[in-house]
Design a protein around this ligand. Structure first.
Ligand SMILES: Nc1ncnc2c1ncn2[C@@H]1O[C@H](COP(=O)(O)OP(=O)(O)OP(=O)(O)O)[C@@H](O)[C@H]1O
Ligand SMILES: [Mg+2]
Ligand SMILES: [Zn+2]
Length: 496
């Protein structure tokens, strides 16, 4: 598949080719036409929204030999040289590359030299917030009293990092994220011009995930194209981006909301088996919940991150969860997504997080120590982070209940142990020394088989089981140590 470099080929070359940013474009074009441009501009805004592109159009327009209505002609030698990067008087400085010291020093020396080739020297300083203090100071001196023939266009994604002294000397333009309609319109235009047939739902996802930045959207389109060819479906996009389908997320949340932890674990198992990353599942679920909150508060079906037409009907249903619980679930999953970046035993962490949020919606029996008359701690729990230990308790209670259903004596043996955790498809269960008998009986095939069956039912996959002795004397230490060895610091919180 050919390499198209779509985002470069589709860089707007004239003001009227720019998508969106109408006010900025209009003001600049009028400025060129009426010959009343400022000598320094600051373009700020998110990545890939047109800052560099527009800076170059301005540079061409002021140097063009035959500008029309403020537009550059793109055919005179000045325009062409600028387009090819061969124009001596348009100087692009990337402040990110060496923080600009040499360039700014150079600039101070040369700024007073008249333009060699055109009418105006235009300095375009990209990522200007990266300049060192020294470079900023040098720049400040220059833009305080610039020669007539020089113009500065500073561009940045982080305007708050630019000294106020510099900012106040520039005319500022804020670039905004492009809207979904603007993004989809451009993507469609590019796709058509390249004989690509892209499903509307696929365009939707590409546009949505680019979050208002057209460069990212075009890069994604290209990536999917080079992977899948000219026919591009929603699934192709999900695959290439490693994203999780919104319909899947919606069904997963169905399971969570209805407290069906079995279904939730099964769905997770399937998604992981299909090659989705644990982190991506957690992240996409947070996006789904964020969309749900948005819908909750605005009641509108615009501006979603992952929800598409295919899953929108379910939002009404999921709204019933209530803002507080959605927020709580969101926090748990956001934490989890973070944790997953650094951890081994990813699957276990993911499963625990989902069990934890499922428990938010389950009116399960409160733990044995809590009297039945008290309101369920799950329902009244304050909004906040619940400990992983509680998730593990939920899981352990499920296991015990499943075993009890099958065989009461096995349950009696098992409930003297405790669930330590899971790693690489092995579940670890610890016994104190005093429960040697229980441990050894549990290791026998009939009992072990029952436990294995229950585990498979809950997690949706076959698991190994290991029974471990915990030393009585140093009960806490050893358990904690063992568990840390097995699962890392993050998810271990075992107290007697
Ligand atoms: N407003 C826009 N209209 C048309 N194309 C755009 C627009 N914004 C971005 N693009 C596309 O994205 C590419 C990159 O845009 P550009 O370099 O102007 O972004 P930028 O705002 O300077 O981003 P960065 O902050 O990352 O430097 C362009 O070549 C073009 O293909
Ligand atoms: Mg740029
Ligand atoms: Zn020209």
């Amino acid at each position: 598949m050919a390499y198209l470099a779509l985002y470069r080929v589709w860089r707007p070359q004239r003001f009227d080719e720019v998508v969106g940013q109408e006010q900025t474009v209009t003001a600049l074009r009028n400025g060129v036409r009426e010959n009343r441009l400022a000598h320094a501009y600051l373009f700020s805004g998110p990545r890939g929204t047109g800052k560099t592109s527009i800076a170059k159009i301005v540079a061409k327009a002021v140097n063009c030999e035959q500008p029309q209505e403020g537009e550059p002609c793109n055919s005179c030698s000045c325009c062409q040289d600028i387009n090819n990067g061969n124009f001596m008087d348009v100087i692009e400085i990337d402040a990110a590359s060496n923080r600009g010291i040499d360039e700014i020093r150079d600039l101070r020396e040369k700024v007073r030299v008249l333009p060699a080739q055109g009418k105006k020297k235009v300095y375009i300083i990209d990522e200007v917030h990266m300049l060192t203090m020294e470079a900023f100071n040098a720049l400040l001196k220059t833009i305080e009293e610039p020669p007539e023939s020089v113009m500065f266009i500073l561009a940045t994604t982080e305007p708050q990092k630019i000294p106020a002294t510099i900012r106040s000397r520039c005319q500022g333009y804020n670039f905004r994220r492009l809207t979904m309609e603007e993004m989809k319109g451009r993507l469609k235009q590019v796709a058509d011009a390249n004989q690509m047939v892209v499903e509307p739902a696929a365009l939707d996802i590409i546009a949505r995930r680019a979050n208002g930045g057209l460069r990212d959207a075009l890069s994604t389109l290209e990536q999917v194209y080079s992977y899948r060819g000219e026919q591009i479906s929603k699934e192709d996009v999900l695959d290439v981006l490693g994203l999780v389908d919104d319909v899947f997320l919606s069904r997963l949340i169905d399971g969570v909301w209805s407290g069906d932890s079995g279904q939730v674990l099964q769905m997770l198992a399937t998604a992981l088996q299909q090659g989705r990353e644990a982190q991506q599942i957690a992240r996409e679920t947070t996006w789904y919940l964020r969309d749900l909150l948005l819908y909750h508060t605005t009641g509108q079906d615009t501006g979603f991150a992952v929800v598409t037409e295919a899953s929108i009907a379910a939002l009404q249903q999921h709204k019933k969860a209530g803002t507080a619980r959605i927020l709580q679930a969101l926090r748990i999953l956001a934490d989890t997504a973070d944790k997953l970046r650094f951890s081994e035993g990813q699957r276990f962490i993911l499963e625990m997080a989902f069990l934890e949020i499922t428990a938010l919606f389950t009116r399960e029996e409160p733990p044995a120590t809590v009297s039945k008359k008290q309101p369920s701690p799950v329902k009244t729990a304050p909004v906040g982070r619940r400990e992983p230990k509680e998730a593990r308790d939920t899981m352990w209670n499920k296991i015990l209940a499943g075993v009890k259903e099958r065989k009461i004596p096995t349950h009696a043996l098992l409930c003297q142990g405790r669930l330590l955790g899971m790693k690489d498809d092995t579940v670890y269960i610890g016994y104190r020394r005093g429960y040697k008998f229980h441990k050894e009986r549990m290791e026998e095939k009939p009992n072990r088989d029952i436990l294995a069956e229950v585990l498979q039912e809950i997690t949706g996959r076959p698991l190994e089981i290991q029974f471990i002795f915990l030393d009585d004397d140093q009960y806490n230490d050893i358990v904690v140590q063992k568990a840390k060895e097995l699962f890392g610091e993050d998810i271990v919180e075992i107290k007697d």
